[in-house]
Design a binder for this molecule. Structure first.
Ligand code: SF4
Ligand code: MG
Length: 328
């Protein structure tokens, strides 16, 4: 499948100051990530908070500045053939907090029609789009069109946010913890809705979540991030079967319903990730990795392909790295 998004060594660094007189430091929120999102697929993105998932998403929608690297959307390079404005039209984002994303003074029909109107669609057509979308997101227009956000449940509000995103006719929808605040039963309904909409509207998803069970349900491929870097990426089933990177293995070992047979023998993660202002040298995971050797603190691991489409950046998988426990 053709890539819709190609990220090529993207970085997003931003300056911070701890206090008025403290020296400026640089947060390496995203630090040289490369990946693609194929047309029509769902790429799941996982990692602890602060690993750069949300910043990566914000880069793709133009809400965070690209410090270096290239980004292509449908073959067109951002800043060259493709303007930020055009990029923003093609990408929409849905966030966790369904209430904060909606204007409390607009009815849900008005909320969904708002984006198209601002973009020059005439009011009658915008209204037709909104009513049609209400139907598609499972909210009967006759009952719901005139309601206000506070009159809806969390799940209904999140359906409206999805409707608002789709009203802009995006190619890519980024879902950042979009079902995380919902009850389990509602979450399942919204996930099924998302799967239907992806097919019906020919969408591509980037699905960010801390919940590996949810990610498994919806993703075709999975990308694992640690401290601003991609440590493992591959077909979701391959990753659920075999976590090649010790960090991925540790994340999965904490997963409640994981089949014990399939579980990699790695203790769950202890402590917090190090500060992205001053990340560890070499492999950034070496301060927490049970398999770390001296090479790990010295050299940054290369991304190695271990099976079709499955890449991992860990010295254990690189026969040339000198790591003692070379994977068979
Ligand atoms: Fe662990 Fe070394 Fe692999 Fe990093 S490169 S994950 S420290 S074994
Ligand atoms: Mg986040």
């Amino acid at each position: 499948r053709q890539p819709l998004v190609t990220a090529d060594n993207l970085t997003c660094h931003f300056p911070v100051r701890a206090g008025a007189f403290a020296p400026k430091k640089v947060v390496r929120a995203v630090d040289g990530v490369s990946f693609t999102v194929a047309k029509g697929e769902t790429l799941g993105v996982v990692g602890e908070s602060g690993c750069g998932k949300s910043t990566t998403a914000r880069l793709l929608i133009g809400l965070a500045p690209v410090t270096s690297g290239r980004m292509l959307f449908d073959g067109q390079q951002l800043g060259e053939e493709l303007s930020m404005r055009e990029l923003r039209r093609g990408v929409q984002m849905v966030f966790q907090d369904s209430y904060a994303s909606l204007n409390p003074r607009l009815t849900i029909e008005e909320s969904i029609a708002f984006g198209p109107k601002v973009n020059g669609v005439d009011p009658g057509e915008a209204r037709r789009i909104a009513l049609d979308l209400l139907e598609r997101i499972g909210l009967d227009p006759g009952r719901f069109a005139g309601r206000y956000p506070h009159e809806l449940s969390g799940g209904q509000r999140q359906r409206v946010n999805i409707g608002r995103a789709l009203a802009m006719r995006p190619r890519l929808v980024i879902l950042d913890e979009a079902v995380s605040a919902l009850d389990k039963s509602v979450e399942a309904q919204v996930l099924n809705l998302l799967a239907d909409l992806r097919r019906d509207f020919d969408l591509t998803y980037m699905f960010i979540s801390h919940d590996l069970n949810v990610v498994r349900f919806i993703s075709d491929r999975l990308m694992v991030m640690y401290l601003g870097e991609v440590v493992e990426i591959g077909p979701a089933e391959a990753l659920y079967e075999r976590q090649a990177h010790p960090y991925t293995a540790a994340l999965f070992s904490a997963m409640p319903s994981m089949d014990p047979e399939a579980r990699t023998e790695v203790p769950p993660l202890a402590g917090d990730p190090p500060n992205p202002i001053d990340p560890p040298t070499g492999c950034r995971f070496h301060t927490r990795c049970p398999f770390a050797e001296s090479v790990c603190a010295q050299a940054k691991p290369r991304a190695m392909t271990i099976s079709e489409g499955h890449q991992v950046a860990c010295h254990m998988h690189d026969p040339a790295s000198g790591h003692g426990k070379v994977a068979a």
